[in-house]
Design a protein around this ligand. Structure first.
Ligand code: HEC
Length: 106
């Protein structure tokens, strides 16, 4: 019962965030998926910060083939040195996150 209620609450919160605040929804996605444990400030290890990622992605705006490449690349499985948090992203989550970065990551 507690779990079902929790899931419902999360679902409602997510639905609200998705419909009303797309940028915030992507930030919440980053938080939910633990992205900020590496990409926050300070970043962990050699991970770039969200701001550094945005600097890298903003110039791709309008270049759909480049953006699609980034979305696919992020989720690719790497035998060595891969990031499990990247590989666990759904296609839809990866797209939302990359597009959020292309729009400046804020
Ligand atoms: C365990 C640490 C860690 C976590 C957690 C993590 N990342 Fe990363 N991420 C890295 C590192 C290190 C790099 C740079 C090396 C690379 O590109 O693989 C990176 C690179 C990236 C890039 C740039 C890829 C490119 O080639 O341009 C994106 C976008 C990204 N991460 C998004 C995310 C998202 C979204 C999440 C949450 C689902 C996430 N990361 C979670 C460590 C992490």
């Amino acid at each position: 019962m507690k779990n079902a209620t929790g899931r419902l609450a999360t679902g409602i919160a997510l639905a609200l965030a998705l419909t009303t605040l797309p940028a915030l929804a992507s930030m919440n996605l980053a938080l939910d998926k633990g992205c900020l444990s590496c990409h926050g400030s300070p970043p962990r290890g050699k991970a770039p910060t969200i701001a550094q990622l945005a600097d890298r992605y903003v110039p791709l705006k309008g270049q759909e083939d480049q953006i699609a490449g980034k979305i696919g690349h992020l989720r690719e499985h790497h035998l060595f040195g891969g990031v499990p948090a990247h590989e666990r992203l759904s296609a839809e989550e990866a797209e939302r996150f990359v597009r959020w970065l292309v729009d400046g990551g804020r």
